[in-house]
Design a protein around this ligand. Structure first.
Ligand SMILES: [Fe+2]
Ligand SMILES: [Fe+2]
Length: 186
């Protein structure tokens, strides 16, 4: 599991400290992590497209790509579940004006998971290429990973806007209570 576990009031991180009550900053920290999940995959798919991976190296790269996608899906599902079970419910209760935006964010969660599963399927096809062969599949993989990365970026931005507009209006005690609720899910 890659997501950072929050275990103390103020957690020491590589670049800065995030206060326990700053839910928006915690969300931002997790979003930065999720946005980076596909960087290595993009590089791998580009190498495949340029014919730089063959034989055992190609099989190894495919195996790593599948492991990375499994990990990315697991991280995404955990992150999305925490948001839907804790943050989204709290926002809908306290700030009903965000209801339609919350619905759109939930749809984006489903869409992102669907894209990851499509990508997993496409990588598995690469292990036994048919029809158009490697070249066609490589182009498809690159298009899929780019589309996925864009969807994640767009979703993170839209979600941060909602969090900025809603969560920041909660009291410090309320924000800490929500963070503890989120931790309890893990
Ligand atoms: Fe989300
Ligand atoms: Fe999120």
């Amino acid at each position: 599991m890659f997501l950072l576990r929050i275990v103390e009031g103020v957690v020491s991180m590589s670049t800065k400290h995030i206060d326990r009550s700053d839910l928006v900053e915690w969300a931002n920290h997790e979003h930065v992590h999720l946005s980076k999940l596909f960087d290595d995959l993009r590089q791998t798919f580009n190498d495949m497209a340029q014919g730089e991976l063959e034989g055992d190296a190609l099989q190894e790269a495919l195996s790593v790509a599948l492991d990375d996608l499994d990990g990315a899906l697991e991280d995404m599902l955990e992150h999305f579940n925490e948001e839907e079970e804790v943050y989204f419910q709290a926002i809908e209760q306290r700030f009903p004006q965000y209801a339609s935006q919350i619905d759109a964010l939930v749809c984006a969660h489903e869409e992102i998971c669907k894209k990851i599963r499509t990508l997993q399927q496409c990588v598995r096809e690469y292990e036994q290429p048919m029809k158009g062969g490697y070249k066609e599949l490589s182009a498809r993989l690159i298009a899929l990973v780019n589309s996925l990365a864009l969807a994640v970026e767009r979703h993170n931005k839209e979600e941060q806007d909602v969090f900025e507009g809603a969560l920041k209006h909660l009291s410090v005690d309320e924000q800490i209570a929500l963070l503890e609720q989120k931790q309890a899910l893990g």
